[in-house]
Design a binder for this molecule. Sequence first.
Ligand code: ZN
Length: 86
Amino acid sequence: MPICDVCSKPLDRSEMKILSGSRISGVTARGFVPRNLGAHSAMKGLGSLFGAPARSDKDTWKFIVSQNSSTDWGLCADCAVELESY
Ligand SMILES: [Zn+2]
């Protein structure tokens, strides 16, 4: 089952909203940090996977966005609405 790339919530493929990495890096450059970042699993753990255990959520998020700015992201409705309304 696919999961939301932001909050890791399990999704039906039909529920997934596809947003481009450039769109996400655009709002992130303006200061966007998702409220639900890693709410359902270990986005925080990703920081340590990438060798950055001491990063804050915000820094971890910015790093992940920078690494994935040229791929499409699959988001749940909640995260997509939050991002699109930023
Ligand atoms: Zn989500």
